[in-house]
Write a new protein. Sequence first.
Length: 762
Amino acid sequence: MSKDPKPIDTSGIHLDQQFLELRENLAKHAHAAWARQRSKDGWRLGPHRDDARKEHPSLIPYEELSESEKLYHRNAALETLKAILALGYRIEGPGSAFAHGRSQPGASMEPDALSQSMAGLELRDLLEIWRSHNPEEWAHSSRRYISLGDRFIRLGEPLIAYDVLSEGLSNDQGILDEDKVRMRQLQALSLARSGAAQQANQMLRKLRAEQHLDEETLGMLARTHKDMASQATDPRERNRQLKLAFEAYSEGYNLTGGYWTGINAATLSLVLGEKDRATALATQVRAQCLNELEKLKNRGDDTYWVVATLGEAALVMGDFSQAEDWYGQAALAAGKRFGQLSSTRSNALLLAPYLDGDWRHIERHLHIPRVAVFSGHMIDRPGRAGPRFPPRLEAPVFEALREKLKKLDVGFGFSSAACGSDLIFLEALLERGGEAHVVLPFESQLFIRDSVQIIPGANWVDRFQDVMARAREAVIVSGQKLSEASVSYDYANQVMLGLAIIRAEQLGTELIPVAVWDGTPGDGGGGTASNVEQWQKLGYTVELIGLSQLLQRECPELTTRRATAAPAPEPEGPESSTEAPPKVVSIMFADAKGFSKLTEDQTPLFVRHFLEMVGEMAGTFRQSGHQPPIMMNTWGDGLFFIFENVADTAEFALGLCDRVRNTDWMERGLPDLGVRIGLHAGPAYPFTDPVTQRPNFFGTHISQAARIEPITPPNQVYASQPFAALAAVERTKTFNCEYVGQTPLAKGYGTFPTYVVRRRSI
């Protein structure tokens, strides 16, 4: 082959969304054709490629290939499609023109065709559809929103589904009533799957009040009551919520005869002590599902929910052997649809205390892979005095991580993406088909310069870009780098840990910290040693890969240099001193809704009754066991408070909402006032304000917090994603942060994930 291959120039070819399905079909076909030819030539499945024995590890169905192997086939198919168009040919779909060269107006698929194609697409392709979609074009096609939202929920991405469905519901341009109801149902399901049971419950009760008495609405309403029962600390409240759930499931089953509501009614009957009723319901549902299973198999349709229901029916009837068989089939049918598997597992665990049997055999079929949060040393910079992670250790570290992830059964990972351990971890995770979440301390180009492109001639930048392209998400916690770089890294690590905790809780699985560490104190804050110390303080057992041991085994001649080298600090990036070092704080902005309508005579009343109330709350906050604000400021009706931690911030904000909501403002000579509150957490610079000579805080995170409050509904508390993440790290027990979607902030500041903060009421 020529040393300078010259493929057809396809740089001017841009393909529309409809080609994603065609690309996937071609990729599957290419693999199947290759496997068929290999089999004809006498090859068979083996643990690794062996030309002499004619064994190959990829002689498996396309769906079981690693993501990297699928990506190879997809890219080959995509380049083939582009080459065909570049040569002047046309590609036409069944009954309609697809494209010829560049994207043409009117060449896109019909809405129903695109909607139908989504059912067979993988998450990566669905995300590309959502990122590149045109809201104006989709405004007349509610079926696209329904199909995409439903598919995201099935793939275990309820937060993205919520965003899709929220946009669909905002387009009121001739949407059929039945489509609007379906979007509201799916939106409520996405909230329930993301842990916002109370918010979902409110939406579903409204649908029932509107006489939407279908199985979907009643079943999901019951599910939210069941979720609230699982959160209840009071046994009486738990029992009340379970009874409400049973009533809704029973209503749905009696009205529709659907096996989904039927099996849940059976399960809750057993939980509530009605064993005979539970057995009778489970027997009826079992007969329905066996009949339905035959129909689905004959049509070649998805059988997951039917076989999962048969497993649950067998459990209710006390037949553990049958339950294990059915759950095993359900796990095979689920594949990587962990959202569905998590739901099935939750129902099975609900039954556990009420049945005698060997649950180990049941749980192994309903197992959800673990979530890992990762930290590790960067590759050694040129000229490092004491070798710690020389490039020669790349391969051993990769093998160690590959084995560790396999042993721990890690399917989801949260990490930064510096050259060295971070990128190696992400590559090992992606190789096993895992879900990668990248968290960066600041924007990617600056991060590349600081933490990726540090060895001349190395390929770390290419590897960084490849990982970023294949990651499920990339979270950039700050737009800019702080003058004290360690604070940037420490903050990013805190947010990363919180996001990993949230993901593990969503899936109902275990969080495992993993580190590649030499066991010595770090070169500065925000590094591996700091992360390991924090994880251990929080009670986690950290899975370690010892760099010192690998260095001794693989590069013994370098250990002498390491032992004799004088310790030399090696910061992650340039540091600079500052009069006021930044610190991570929790920020609250609030204002009074209705202030602009006050008359001149009402202004003194506002100061006396509203602002004095806020001041009194701040003054007595310590007495209730909380740390008071470390800084307070007001202007007009605006409040700007700084707290040490997110728990105290949320408690103060929720308390302020309660006081405002429960005050009779008319009696005090004021119009009906409300309060809007926005919360954020991030690094800020503390200074003595040169103008006022009072303590104050400055920085881009202060500006971001100020943009949340204006978009908050009255008497609500909204928070940023970092705030929710740090709340998860602090393990708060008195309030929840419930995702409400990607919200455009005020003054064109951008669109960010936003959460509503609610007090735990049960």
